[in-house]
Design a protein around this ligand. Structure first.
Ligand code: ATP
Length: 573
């Protein structure tokens, strides 16, 4: 496919705010993509070179991009910078200063050149990168240059979320009834480009045959909520009860050639946990396997487990060794998904668990999560209270005969968390979609409250649920503003549904965990809005800082808010 054809679609996507129109544009694009290009087209329309778990970054800054444009056009760096300052969008600047018609680049030409960027390192790498880009600009038309420029600095924001791609892929072969099959395949490999490729090469039959593969993270299974031990037994009967650890979720892939670890939002976090890498090599009795658990920093002297925020300090790229000494690690393994050629995700919990016990050798870092099996609400309550008294978050009940539900939040796993009087039984994760300039005391930070939204997978959009103005320290507000300004845009983002106009709109990027007193009906928020009323959080306050282990789509969903509202109503009577 010609890159110019792809760019025409990008322009159409940018111009529309209607979801259905977006599905149509993308479905048409995918239909005409061809087997060779489909994966590249999917990645590029999401502003990526490969799925996030590859951890690739072009490493281009605005400054370098300006130099590349200058090299390609002969314009002076300073003049280009001046132009750029007017609009704040280097894409528009590129469009303005490129005068040629373009050499008819293909999608593959552009993609292959861009894919070189993250791999260029070491001496002279900056010059090499600039030269690749300037050659691309020299061969492109105005509009092509606009999108290449935005792409390389991570500003190609067409609003194409994962769910939108899945809907459009389904539509490209008929209708949305194919979406569940496509979604299942995606949940097993977390690679939409691969899903697109299999679909074009092998059809929907090929999609249905997709299996777990080592090195491709499996999208993580999640919990539903219920308010009490009685309700849990009523719902799933005899079940396994495990402690809910407040740490960092790790999916570990042990292969013959090494170990990789993926986080909750499927980023590669291998370097953060050297002890788990070592432990997997030495103490897991399988050549190849995939298992999951929760990693927590702990106090070696007292055995006390530290909360999430402490474990997160390991995320620093530097000083991992020192951190490992200061905060040793415990890794509580709770599931097994693949062992030596066998996909375990289809097997029931108990079978997965038995195999898990079999392959973990006794060692000091890794151990199976604590668990009991019971159908007695009193025993569950006692386990819950013991767990909470040790400072853990609560418990998770797991259905004994359930498979591992990749990428799904359902009643196969049910969480029951500790909560305080007058507080919601669970925290809410909101995605920041805008902020308000501070008044009074806050004026000095330039940000006084955030506009938080929850996620609606059906429309692949974010709907507002709360303003969040407390819970951060002065330092955190300052840092937040800096981070948010990097993602600020001059208008409401395509995937945001809001009746409120914040002072600054930001592209949905960051998630914050919020506690609140209760969920109320509200005419001002769009989450769950029907008959003029949506849902809102009463007295929200942030807990911790940005959830780096969550993507925007990992925010609490609209359906969960409605469910929690109903649960809260039933608790009051
Ligand atoms: P949060 O991490 O904010 O609680 P979440 O949306 O990531 O929310 P939930 O569905 O609420 O996930 O709960 C599942 C999470 O609980 C997992 O992502 C995992 O990190 C953590 N966890 C702790 N202990 C266990 C356990 N024994 N089994 C499964 N998950 C556990």
């Amino acid at each position: 496919m010609k890159f110019s054809e792809l760019v025409v679609c990008f322009e159409r996507l940018e111009a529309t705010t209607k979801r259905l129109e977006m599905f149509d544009i993308l479905a048409g694009l995918f239909k005409h993509s061809g087997q060779k290009d489909i994966d590249k087209i999917i990645y590029m329309s999401q502003g990526q070179l490969l799925p996030a778990f590859h951890g690739l970054e072009t490493g281009m800054s605005e400054k370098l991009l300006i130099r590349a444009l200058s090299q390609a056009t002969g314009n002076d760096n300073g003049d280009i910078t001046k132009e750029f300052k007017k609009s704040g969008d280097l894409g528009l600047t590129a469009e303005q200063i490129i005068k040629k018609k373009g050499d008819g680049l293909s999608v593959t030409d552009v993609y292959n050149e861009l894919l070189k960027l993250p791999h260029i390192t070491g001496e002279g790498s900056v010059e090499k990168k600039i030269s690749i880009l300037s050659n691309l600009f020299s061969a492109s038309s105005k509009t092509e240059a606009k999108y290449i420029a935005r792409f390389v600095i991570g500003r190609l924001r067409l609003g194409v979320g994962d769910q939108t791609v899945l809907d459009a892929l389904a539509l490209s072969i008929g209708d949305r009834s194919h979406k569940p099959d496509l979604e299942r395949a995606y949940n097993l490999c977390s690679d939409l480009g691969l899903v697109g490729k299999i679909l074009l090469e092998e059809g929907i039959e090929g999609i249905r045959k997709t299996k777990v593969q080592l090195g491709y993270p499996i999208r993580m299974a999640l919990c539903e909520r219920l308010p009490s031990a009685e309700k849990i037994v009523e719902k799933i009967g005899r079940c396994a009860i495990e402690s809910k650890y407040d740490g960092f979720r790790c999916q570990v892939h042990k292969t013959k050639s090494g170990v990789e670890i993926f986080s909750r939002n499927l980023e590669r976090t291998t370097l953060m946990f050297p002890e788990i890498v070592e432990g997997a090599k030495r103490h897991i009795k399988a050549m190849e396997c995939i298992f999951e658990g929760e990693a927590l920093a702990y106090n070696d002297a007292t055995g006390e487990l530290f909360p999430f925020q402490v474990t997160m300090q390991r995320k620093r790229k530097h000083g991992v060794e020192e951190m490992a000494k200061e905060f040793p690690l415990k890794f509580f393994v709770f599931d097994l998904l693949y062992v030596d050629g066998v996909d375990y995700t289809e097997y029931p919990y108990q079978k997965r668990r038995l195999k898990m016990y079999e392959i973990i050798e006794r060692n000091t870092v890794m151990e199976p999560s604590e668990t009991i099996i019971t159908d007695d609400p009193e025993a569950i309550t006692k386990f819950f209270e013991d767990t909470v008294s040790r400072g853990l978050e609560g418990i998770i009940a797991k259905r004994l005969d359930a498979p591992y539900s990749a990428g799904a939040r359902n009643f196969n796993w049910i969480k029951l968390k500790r909560s305080y009087k007058g507080e919601l039984a669970d925290t809410i994760d909101v995605c920041i979609v805008g902020y308000f300039a501070g008044k009074g005391q806050r004026a000095k930070f330039g940000v006084g409250a955030l506009l938080g939204a929850v996620y609606d997978p059906d429309s692949d959009s974010f709907k507002t649920v709360s303003k969040v103005g407390s819970g951060f320290s002065d330092e955190e507000w300052t840092k937040l503003k800096e981070m948010l300004n990097q993602t600020a845009i001059g208008h409401k983002p395509a995937r945001v549904d809001s009746l409120i106009e914040p002072d600054v709109w930001v592209t949905p990027t960051y998630v914050v965990t919020v506690t609140a007193d209760e969920i109320t009906r509200s005419p001002t928020h769009t989450a769950g809005r029907e008959d003029e009323e949506g849902y809102a959080l009463r007295f929200p306050r942030a807990q911790g800082f940005i959830r780096e282990d969550k993507n925007p789509e990992d925010a609490t969903t609209v359906a969960e808010i409605i469910e929690m509202f109903e649960m809260q109503k039933s608790m009051k009577v």
